[in-house]
Design a protein around this ligand. Sequence first.
Ligand code: NMX
Ligand code: MLT
Length: 471
Amino acid sequence: MVFVRSISSLSKLRSQLVQRSNLANSVRWLQIQSSPELDLQSQLKEMIPEQQERLKKFRSEHGKVQIGNITVDMVIGGMRGMTGLLWETSLLDPDEGIRFRGLSIPECQKLLPTAVSGGEPLPEGLLWLLLTGKVPTNEQVDALSKELRSRATVPDYVYKAIDALPVTSHPMTQFTSGVMALQVNSEFQKAYEKGIPKSKYWEPTYEDSLNLIAQLPVVASYVYRRVYKDAKIIPLDDSLDYGANFSHMLGFDDPKMHELMRLYVTIHSDHEGGNVSAHTGHLVASALSDPYLSFAAALNGLAGPLHGLANQEVLLWIKSVVDECGENITTDQLKDYVWKTLNSGKVVPGYGHGVLRKTDPRYMCQREFALKHLPDDPLFQLVSKLYDVVPPILTQLGKVKNPWPNVDAHSGVLLNYFGLAEARYFTVLFGVSRSIGICSQLIWDRALGLPLERPKSVTMDWLENYCKKAA
Ligand code: NMX
Ligand code: MLT
């Protein structure tokens, strides 16, 4: 009886949140009408014809220019080094790391608006940058922050879809199911069914993308509260920005954790187009699947241990080191543990990369955050020790192309320090952030009219015959 009553009061609370947000939606439209320079969609509307013309002209003049040669190794070896995607929002250099619309992470930290003077960038600012290629003003970021809050209403059936799963199911499974349930409200699907012309596809894609980005922290927080806490929803706080609100809805209100979440969401957002999640999202979207369908597919790629799930694996692995050897582990003990992991046929999670050939700058900025806020944390000190111990061992293996740490090697110990210690949840955080990059590019995919993705595949017979003839 008590259980039924608490379910029904949860439902009432959710409905109140829906009503409050419908009102906020109307206010948003009034604000947008009166100040187009503060409205992201108006900015895009201005830019799109120019970019469409740029691509058309470029393709007609240079469409037949060759970029590199495809080798048998590339065909068999996961297409490494094969340039095959147009991705406007970011570009990855193997030595230097990611640049978002030309800006490195330290440059973003310097140039993008912040909530705290000298603090971490606001993810809303990065969203603006990825979509427009321009660094937004404080006022523009503030308007986008408000807009995202006004779009953050999650229908009751989304919670019910999640509730239908066992509470023990992996948080990524619950999160992706929530995203699939959000799809019911796809503006793109509705517009397509009504026969919207191709030239206008980007507009409902924009609506879906912003709604999705706005609603993901709410869904993700619910998954966290359901699995690890009391399943009570902490409502959005209208005075907080995107990153801080996410932290707040999860149940973490330390201002330093708010800063960490702003940094976390900013740096995990985009990593050019070829990574598994971004590429999957782009591929599925190329069939004109709407942003919800495409992003849910992307999340399923992110949930793999060689990709986004590595952040979970890293903290579990670090904790297994402590369990076996204690916190004051010596360098020799640590070396032995790394070898033991490798000799049992496992990878060292958080190390290596498909493109990067140096330490990931996303690792470095998290390290700087730790040096500033938690220098004495024993797990941070262990992460630092691993930075000395792991690369020479991976180099010694002789086959690892990049022995240096990636983004996932660091994120877990920071979250753990502020109390978010449930490693199985970490990839959900990555997923929320990755929506910003994938959806930004998806809007441009539609604006530029990019076609169905359909590369050619061949059989082993085909390859053998081809090579015989070529010899
Ligand atoms: N530990 C042990 N072996 C490794 C590692 C590692 N950290 N990294 C690469 N190798 C092995 C790899 O398994 C392969 O072995 P084999 O030939 O026996 O199959 C060999 O080294 C060559 O691999 P690479 O060409 O260096 O790496 P690849 O581009 O194939 O894979 C990763 C990249 C990221 C999948 C790989 O480095 C890895 O498994 N790292 C650990 C998992 C991880 O941290 N993933 C997160 C990546 C970042 N993200 O968020 O997505
Ligand atoms: C990512 O952020 O997507 C990862 O570093 C993997 C990649 O870039 O391939």
